[in-house]
Design a protein around this ligand. Structure first.
Ligand code: NAD
Length: 345
């Protein structure tokens, strides 16, 4: 397993392999870049098939956090942590997250952790008993998902403005993949503005509830890609924009909250060639981390106002992409790198 020569290494400042024998904790903490401030990024718990898979995930995710925080205008760097374990296990969570908190503490504030896929605010609360370097706790800035959903909704509206020259989503058809924490609230915003929803999820019961609440049509997961819709909103997994799905997509906009939506960078170019406008994932889904950034002196109005800036940031990216005839993802990466390099001096 290569580390310094890993394809996703990308100049990471620090990668820490954590092992605690008593609890069985195996984790990797990656600090990608702290030029803009301490690294912020959640802790994912996943049943990785190999250490290599976990390393690849944490490196890609932490780099994404650096770019996300930079383009969101936050004085925060990028990092991420992964715990290699089955996220459904409940037996020794307290010991695991205490041990994890101790490792975060040893980094002395260069990395702040939070919840992510497979972890919850309750887990982070346990870690917080071992370290002050955690965020997104209940009773402070709270659940980031509604803010991520708001930012994603406004990002969809920016894409609609650019692609269809319209100020609202009324009557537009949107395929939402994943109606979890973020997807649910996104459906609510879209429904309230008059969009027609087609939804899917692997949890049938949740699907039926949301279909009824928002007058949505539900389809089985594999049928979501070739729906006759205006917008495809990936809100579940990464890498759903790939060679296979690009052959199926009829939507003219891809805009959703999932991380790492492009299986490979070349798929951003492919979207452009197919005339599909792509809202870069880490720009449109920054609402949650923006809300967390206000945690030390929380003010919901200020946090919401900053989340709303996602609309203008995306319009700028879309315009530049048109002017330079380049994929939107490339433009976003370049803008983020410029901000980070400027801070590095
Ligand atoms: P979640 O786990 O609450 O929801 C994900 C949903 O997707 C679940 O309901 C799950 O059943 C469903 N799903 C899983 N596999 C599926 C499949 N093959 N087809 C259809 N549905 C499937 O997660 P979330 O917090 O809503 O996050 C959704 C995505 O957004 C993730 O990629 C996450 O990394 C990203 N994201 C979340 C936040 C946040 O604030 N929660 C912030 C930024 C990015």
């Amino acid at each position: 397993m290569a580390v310094f020569n890993h394809p996703a290494y990308d100049g990471h400042e620090q990668v820490v392999f954590c092992h605690d024998e008593a609890s069985g904790l195996k984790a990797i903490i990656a600090v990608h870049n702290t030029h803009l401030g301490a690294a912020f990024g959640g802790c994912r718990m996943w049943n990785y098939h190999s250490d290599d898979e976990a390393l690849t995930d944490v490196l890609r995710l932490s780099k994404g956090m650096t770019y996300k925080n930079a383009l969101a205008g936050l004085a925060m760097g990028g990092g991420k942590a992964v715990i290699i374990a089955d996220p459904s296990r409940t037996d020794n969570r307290e010991a695991l997250f205490r041990a994890f908190g101790k490792f975060v503490n040893k980094l002395g504030g260069s990395y702040y952790s939070a919840e992510d896929v497979g972890t919850s605010p309750a887990d982070i609360k346990i870690a917080s008993e071992e370290t002050p370097y955690v965020a997104g706790l209940e009773g402070k800035s709270g659940d980031p998902s509604p803010f991520t959903a708001l930012g994603t909704f406004l990002g969809i509206k920016a894409a609609v403005k650019h692609q269809f020259k319209r100020d609202n989503v009324k009557g537009l058809k949107v395929a939402v993949q994943g109606i979890g924490h973020v997807g649910y609230h996104l459906c609510r915003h879209l429904y309230q503005e008059g969009a027609e929803l087609i939804i899917t999820d692997i949890h049938q019961q949740a699907l039926e509830k949301v279909a009824q609440e928002f007058n949505a049509i539900s389809v089985v997961p594999q049928e979501i890609y070739d729906q006759d819709v205006d917008i495809y909103a990936p809100c579940a997994l990464g890498a759903t924009i790939n060679d296979a799905t690009l052959r199926l997509l009829k939507a003219k906009i891809v805009a959703g909250c999932a991380n790492n939506q492009l299986a490979e960078p070349r798929h951003g170019e492919q979207l452009k060639q197919q005339g599909i406008l792509y809202a870069p994932d880490y720009v449109i889904n920054a609402g949650g981390i923006i809300n967390v950034s206000f945690e030390s002196n929380y003010d919901v109005k200020q946090a919401t106002a900053k989340v709303e800036q996602i609309y203008d940031t995306l319009l700028t990216i879309f315009q530049k992409a048109d002017e330079q005839n380049r994929p939107t993802a490339e433009i976003a990466d370049e803008m983020a790198r410029n901000i980070i390099n400027h801070a590095a001096g």
